[in-house]
Write a protein that binds this ligand. Structure first.
Ligand SMILES: [Zn+2]
Ligand SMILES: [Zn+2]
Length: 237
């Protein structure tokens, strides 16, 4: 089966966020933009996904499950349903070899940012989807979520894998997985609108699909979807 990858998405550094700010008018809610290439999951797709056994056991895996489930029923019942299938062992040694695996899974990697061609500690996650070229490449057939193992992006000093409030300078794993799962649904790019994604994040309004903002360290703001996340998603499906 011939497959193609669409887009590389990272919880991006400030430079990418600034680029997006420049192209989005301050008042726009461009719902179509983020799925505009027309590629998403088949309607009501049930996609079983796995956690690779290189992911630390226990709370780390539990928070991944929490984060992926943030998008359940988020598109008015029409979007993909990601069904957790348990822990698996990959024969793929290069976890960035996305589409050769043939199933959806979550991996961790030390120094993901450098593996993606950026600087050290420049990324927390990277989640492309694969599309089946033999049926026109319209629909996603799998996703690969890659997470940094040690999470020193920005001022971060590692993951927080609990369910409460993270200590200072720890990245909330649940939040970042919820953000990455947005990309797994087919979401391309990030919101950068200053109201949706203020430079100083706002607990009640900052959207899960905002671009990478080091100020989101030690917050839980991305765990749950906000209004613009939800209607952008629902409109696409
Ligand atoms: Zn992202
Ligand atoms: Zn909106």
């Amino acid at each position: 089966m011939k497959r193609s990858i669409v887009l590389a998405i990272v919880l991006a550094a400030g430079s990418l966020m600034m680029t997006l700010v420049a192209v989005l008018p301050a008042s726009a809610h461009p719902d179509g933009t983020f799925y505009s290439i027309g590629r998403k999951w088949p309607p009501n797709a049930n996609e079983t996904w796995y956690i690779d056994n290189n992911v630390p056991a226990g709370a780390f895996r539990d928070r991944i499950v929490n984060g992926v489930s943030a998008w359940d029923n988020g598109a008015g019942g029409a979007g993909p349903n990601f069904v957790y299938g348990g822990v698996t062992t990959s024969s793929v040694t290069d976890i960035l070899d996305f589409c050769e695996r043939g199933y959806s899974a979550v991996f961790v990697r030390e120094n993901l940012g450098s593996a993606l061609g950026g600087g050290p500690n420049s990324a927390l996650g990277f989640t492309p989807s694969c599309y089946n070229a033999s049926v026109g490449g319209t629909f996603a057939v799998s996703f690969t979520m890659n997470l940094e193992r040690t999470a020193e992006f920005g001022t971060g000093t590692g993951w927080y894998t609990g369910t409460g409030n993270p200590p200072e300078n720890r990245w909330d794993l649940w939040s970042i997985v919820a953000h990455e799962t947005g990309h797994a649904t087919g979401f391309i790019g990030h919101f950068a609108n200053a109201t949706l994604c203020p430079g100083t994040p706002q607990p009640a309004t900052t959207e899960t699909m905002c671009g990478g903002n080091p100020a989101l360290v030690d917050t839980i703001m991305l765990r749950t979807l906000e209004a613009h996340d939800l209607h952008t998603y629902a409109n696409a499906y």
